[in-house]
Design a protein around this ligand. Sequence first.
Ligand SMILES: *Cc1c(COP(=O)(O)O)cnc(C)c1O
Length: 375
Amino acid sequence: MHAPQLDRLVPEYIKRFEPYIPSKPDNELKKLYGCKRLLRLNNNENPLGPPPAARDVIDGFPPPAASVYPSGDAYYLRYKLAEKFGLHPDQFLVGNGANEVITFVIKAFCQEGDNIVTADKTFAVYEWVAEFSGFDARLVPLKDFGFDDAGMLRTIDNRTKLIFVCNPNNPTGTYWSREKLLRFLDVVDGRQIVVLDEAYFEFVEKEDFPDGMALMESYPNLVVFRTFSKMYALAGLRIGYLAGSREVVDIIRRTCVVYSVNSLAQQAALATLEDGEHITRTRRMVREGRNFLERELGRLELSFVSGEGNYLMLRLPMSDTLAYRKFMTRGIMIRSMTGFRFPNYIRITISHMEAMEAFIEALEAILAEMPDRRP
Ligand SMILES: *Cc1c(COP(=O)(O)O)cnc(C)c1O
């Protein structure tokens, strides 16, 4: 048997693409770094866990239900979302995490020679999906750590199909105000699909922060992403969705593979929408954690970027990949930012106070080990 002729079989854009390497399971990491506990501050997970109603659904999930295929179009969840946002159920498309709906949108609109426009330092999945699908990802540099609207408008050409705006941006926490977003949408004027990734929507309390769901009526080229992974703490069940005008969602739906969203995820997600207290409690925790971190980082004279969402980015006087290993040996998993094109920066998830104190303690110990650092 001959080896497959990979040189001929594999497209050039796949050969060029560097695969993402996921981190090992926690238990393997603990063995590798010799730590007893592991605090996960790397993925913007909510340490409070899912809201009570969703916990009840997970606890009560009947094992025989696992043998039956889920609803192929998340029927009840879409009806519930429609009711919550005052939209039609056909304006929603549920996926295996918001990550999956990114692939739906790109498949639906891009063909050979097309491009997408986004920022250079943002959630990387837009760029990755475009590139491993053979489309050009045009990355506009951030300006003052935020998405540069003018720069993006200059970068758009007649082969640009999609514009991805992460609002608030992961990892910088910056956001476009309602006014800025509307101005941008007015200029784009239906020539592209504008995707507004609102993965952290539920964390934001700012008055001028726009709600994509409320803009759908006026801007039928707007597509909004939301997820149950972050605020609602269902990251392990993998469920997120997009919303848009009926015409646009009708197009995107053609590219989605049914049954990618499991039954338990659909039911648990539905239950999260019942709960009001959960958001309040989580926001309080994030506010408290952020205040503490800002104060402590100021005391340590480290520069940081802190905005919306449940994360904060800080700059270290050492390589971020080295810092990652040093934190790991102390049982703390952070996100090194070289992959986000922010060398020497790390991003941490804002968690409960105990975790934040452990992080600062580890950070101080790591800084103290540096020979050339002033006390
Ligand atoms: C976490 C995240 C997502 C993806 O979330 P899923 O877990 O795939 O639902 C999408 N966009 C941003 C900005 C994120 O941070």
